[in-house]
Design a protein around this ligand. Structure first.
Ligand code: KG4
Ligand code: ZN
Length: 332
């Protein structure tokens, strides 16, 4: 069973071919970081234009790398939510055209769910139920999963996503875009105890997040106390990164305890953060909880995870017709 996945929800144009939901035959990602970095964030209109130019090439490359012909593809899957409206449209309309012309099923995939599903592609020992934490540039959310087709939302951010807050703090400090890797590199050289930024925990058994105030406290600190030297930047990065990590860890461990599950999955671009992985894996070991996180190539946006999750939907015959719409807002 070969599924072609297409992903154009934000600033990566991606196509991948996956066999039976797990075996990645190709995973091609064309990043638009160079287009957007001079603006310090994604410019939606530029993103959709770039997707339009790139999508056919990226699909052809995915077929070539998988050594497979279009006629061998059994179904086409696409991210139709959440994301930038015009960017999502490029992927969904391409997928509809392929589904119609090849006479194969069309499968809609939720990008956020696919980030969590990425764990199942690399690990065969995950036993549900589990709780999952999604930490990306656009979303931060906690889910309860009974299987790979069931994602019950336990909480999400009221304002900025964790990655968005890191990106905005990086912008304040001129650390480039996307900001997460820059913050993490600087944080390695700083002290996380030098500046104590506030943490918004919001209360016990609440799995929502609020990173906007935490980000603003960095802006206030910069206005009032920033001397502009490199050590200051390192300490701000280490302090802010730690405040974000503390909140993320408290929420997901709390959710695992409340739901009485033995396994935690994490996914999304911020999962690439080495310090978060280290601290979360230490606390999971202490508490006897299994922790799974995708390898780096499946943490950030890609289409293999879309084709992978589509296989679960294929097995339940969850197919779409050509009226398939896009949903820019996250719908659980
Ligand atoms: O999942 P993703 O690739 O795209 C979205 O769906 O949003 O996540 C992108 C986010 C960005 O905010 C980026 O700064 C963050 O992931 N990120 C990181 C790291 N690498 C990427 N954040 C912290 N540490 C990293 N090493
Ligand atoms: Zn993503």
């Amino acid at each position: 069973m070969l599924i072609l996945g297409i992903e154009t929800s934000c600033d990566e144009t991606a196509a991948g071919i996956v066999e039976n939901g797990r075996h990645i035959k190709s995973n091609v990602v064309s990043t638009q970081i160079d287009i957007h970095k001079k603006f310090g964030g994604v410019v939606p209109e530029l993103a959709s234009r770039a997707h339009t130019e790139l999508i056919s090439h990226v699909i052809c490359e995915a077929l070539e790398k998988a050594n497979c012909k279009l006629s061998e593809i059994d179904a086409v899957a696409v991210t139709n939510s959440p994301g930038l409206a015009n960017a999502l449209l490029v992927g969904t309309e391409t997928a509809k055209a392929l589904s119609f012309s090849l006479g194969i099923p069309l499968i809609a995939v939720n990008h956020i769910h696919a980030h969590l599903y990425a764990n199942f592609m690399e690990q065969s020992s995950i036993i549900c139920p589990v709780v999952g934490l999604i930490i990306s540039g656009g979303h931060t959310a906690v889910f309860y999963m009974e299987n790979c087709n069931s994602y019950v939302l336990l909480g999400q951010t009221y304002d900025d996503a964790a990655g968005e807050a890191l990106d905005k703090v990086a912008k304040m400090l001129n650390l480039g875009y996307p900001g997460g890797p820059g913050i993490s590199k600087r944080a390695e050289k700083g002290s996380s105890k030098a500046i104590n930024f506030p943490r918004a925990f919001l209360g016990k058994d609440i799995y929502n997040f609020s990173f906007s105030g935490m980000k603003t406290s960095v802006a206030r600190h910069i206005e009032r106390n920033f001397a502009g030297n490199s050590e200051d930047i390192n300490d701000i990065c280490a302090g802010f990164q730690q405040s974000v990590i503390d909140v993320l860890i408290k929420k997901i461990i709390g959710a695992a305890e409340q739901k009485n599950v033995e396994t935690i999955l994490i996914g999304g671009g911020v999962t690439a953060n080495a310090e978060l992985r280290k601290q979360l894996s230490e606390i999971c070991k202490e508490k006897g909880v299994n922790l799974f996180s995708p390898s780096l190539k499946l943490c950030t946006d890609n289409a293999a995870m879309i084709a992978g999750l589509a296989y679960c939907r294929y097995k339940e015959k969850k197919f779409e017709d050509l009226t398939l719409d896009i949903y820019p807002q996250f719908r659980s």
